[in-house]
Design a protein around this ligand. Structure first.
Ligand code: AN7
Length: 350
């Protein structure tokens, strides 16, 4: 792969001769065969698209490189976003690389500490809002209507353009689209972007078919499934703690055009999928990212037959961003002195 998303997929992106071309290493993330899970789930082939391997540890970097490049092309000096954590980390990093200032509004007390640390170290201007993500997004929309600051939430179409490249990569590696694409849904930009990518590659003759899109929201933050906004969304998966998604209609279109579903997974299902992915595949995903695998496990347990199907689960962000939940649920481990006999005994070797 050529270096970075902008260069590699420029013919599919809004790149002009004036677009600055740069990368901090986004894209070309691994598509990992989850052989240990295929039998239990009962599918033919299962792959995990590990977006945690992007430079700031989430899929947001694909869209951010395009959004920031276009902001610079348009003469912008500052960018702003509301975020449950990953968008702000990504915006702050790309703004830092490009000498722009980044303003981020995050829901106080409801973003994972790793993500907050990222915004701090990249030197974003941080506003911790006494409110939730949906309120933060409303603030950001009002600010960008009044002031010359570029909005880099996924309402910015350049974000969707960049994020669709993950669908291209899947097809480039598998040789065609998978039968099913399982994906977490929060603000619904990513499901929109993947569907756009699969459709464009199909139209370009790069894929013979399009996948069925399977989106999953957390039980306490499932407006699309319920059919109405959720005023006080709640879930352990703080990244998708969103009650009124910006790309709601586009997500519904992706679902319906692909004959797919958008359904619910519980926090328990999310956390057990997170543990399974780590212990059976060596992949540490943050909770929201495990909603895709949790959804697949749920559908398979309900009796859906995937035995002849090729499936991709999108793993949207890295587990190291949010270690609290894992540490809190850890079994106690042995604490021993530096004494060989005691350690041999502890391990069970004697
Ligand atoms: C790990 O960072 O909305 O449905 O502000 O961080 O495109 O919103 C994050 C969303 C899934 C949901 N997985 O994607 C933000 C933000 C992870 C995420 C989603 C997010 P969308």
């Amino acid at each position: 792969m050529k270096n970075g998303v902008l260069e590699h997929y420029k013919e599919y992106l809004p790149v002009t001769p004036d677009t600055p071309m740069f990368t901090i290493g986004e894209g070309n993330t691994p598509l990992i065969r989850a052989a240990n899970l295929e039998k239990d789930i009962g599918c033919k082939e299962l792959y995990l698209k590990f977006e945690g391997c992007n430079p700031t540890g989430s899929f947001k970097d694909r869209g951010m490189v395009v959004a920031i490049a276009k902001a610079i092309e348009e003469g912008s000096k500052a960018v702003i976003c509301a975020s449950t954590g990953n968008t702000s980390a990504s915006a702050a990093a790309y703004a830092a690389y490009c000498n722009l200032s980044a303003i981020i509004i995050v829901p106080q007390g409801n973003i994972a500490l790793g993500k907050l640390a990222q915004a701090i170290v990249y030197k974003a201007k941080i506003i911790a809002l006494d409110g939730n993500f949906d309120q933060a997004l409303n603030m950001v929309r009002s600010i960008t209507e009044k002031h010359p600051v570029t909005l880099v939430n996924s309402l910015n179409p350049n974000r969707i353009e960049g994020q669709k490249t993950a669908a291209f990569e899947i097809v480039d590696v598998l040789g065609d689209a998978p039968d099913y694409l399982f994906i977490p849904v929060g603000n619904a930009g990513n499901i929109t972007a993947y569907w756009k990518g699969f459709k464009e590659y199909h139209e370009a003759g790069k894929a013979g078919h399009r996948p069925i899109m399977m989106g999953f929201q957390a039980e306490g933050a499932a407006p699309i499934v319920l059919g109405h906004p959720v005023e006080k969304p709640e879930t352990v998966a703080t990244a998708i703690r969103i009650g009124n998604p910006a790309s709601w209609e586009k997500a519904v279109a992706a679902r319906d055009e692909s004959d797919g579903i958008i359904d619910i997974v519980t926090d328990d299902e999310i956390l057990s999928a997170q543990k399974l992915m780590a212990s059976k595949c060596g992949i540490f995903a943050e909770p929201a990212s495990a909603a895709s695998l949790a959804g697949l496990i749920k559908m398979s347990a309900q009796g859906k037959d995937f035995s002849s199907k090729k499936i991709v689960c999108v793993v949207t962000g890295h587990g190291l961003k949010d270690t609290d939940i894992v540490l809190k649920s850890s079994e106690p481990f042995l604490e021993l002195p530096a004494d060989l006999a005691a350690i041999e005994k502890g391990i069970g070797l004697v």
